[in-house]
Design a protein around this ligand. Sequence first.
Ligand code: ADP
Ligand code: MG
Length: 345
Amino acid sequence: MKVNSEFGDVMVEGVSKTFDGETVLAKIDLKVASSEILSLLGPSGCGKTTLLRSIAGLENPEEGKITICDQIVLDNEVSIAPEKRKVGMVFQDAALFPHMTVEQNVAYGLKKSDPKKQRVSELLEIVGLPNFEKRRPETLSGGQKQRIALARALAPRPSVLLLDEPFSNLDSALRIEVRAEVNRLISELGVTTIFVTHDQDEAFLLGDRVAVMNNGKILQVDSPSIIYEKPSNNWIASFVGAVNLITCKASGHKAETPIGFLKLDQHYEGDVELVLRPENLMLTNGDDAEIEIIEYYGHDSLVTVKLNDGTKLKVRTAPATAHLKGDRVGLEHKDVEVSAFGKTS
Ligand code: ADP
Ligand code: MG
């Protein structure tokens, strides 16, 4: 995967949109490179769908510029119609046309000159539903509907694929299966994709990069591991996974914490807030803390401990911990650098 940050198949520059006087998109800048899968991650109501619909041409932002594959599709003077934007979109609820067959649905965006039958059967093959041409939407399962919606979006060979929470109406087993399938497919096709989700796991799993959004603003765009390990503020740190944020004093490369001195990723001075991920903490034999809660997740457990000074910390352990609620334990941080928020020096 090449990520070229200078040029992009999608460029959103200073895009703003209000609904009833409320700002929903506030000067959004976003670049998506050719063949990149960009996850747009944010809580419900933060403006993800509005941004995606603006790129697709289904909303008209008041301000800003949008370029798709070097074509300006929106600025002060230009507003190109959705069907001329070379984008394909898949919605949360598939939104297949109920009165049409699968074949008619998939062929919907094709030009008169396209060899319809052949292209439809090609796409049904691609999405793993060959020979579904004559089926009607109401005879399809949720997962099958989403695959047909994807086939319909891909049929006119869009330059950019826009996916708006396409898996969120599927139950968990099917969700994992369809997600893996779609991931394989869009990676193979190499189509530039913006994938909207409120689910951090999903954003990390599918995205080459993740754009974190809140309150109509893009807060950080980075690889999943950077977003997780070096979030640019404490809201992002908490939104993308379990975290302990502890306030303490730093001096240079280290901070003094209730569990001893920890190594920092940069030089800081004075008050800092540390980002301690539960998987970087370890329970040991000792008398630093008491176990308050054990949450069992199958693949691991999340244990909340209370230190002698009252500080509570979450620690990720092997699924079957040897400990019980109320046990006294020691606590250590792994030998990894900790990121922090505060004044750097
Ligand atoms: P998300 O997809 O992140 O959940 P949306 O883009 O759907 O967020 O919505 C962002 C905000 O804009 C919400 O507060 C929502 O109520 C509001 N909104 C979205 N569409 C409209 C509309 N057509 N009219 C009025 N308000 C809207
Ligand atoms: Mg939405």
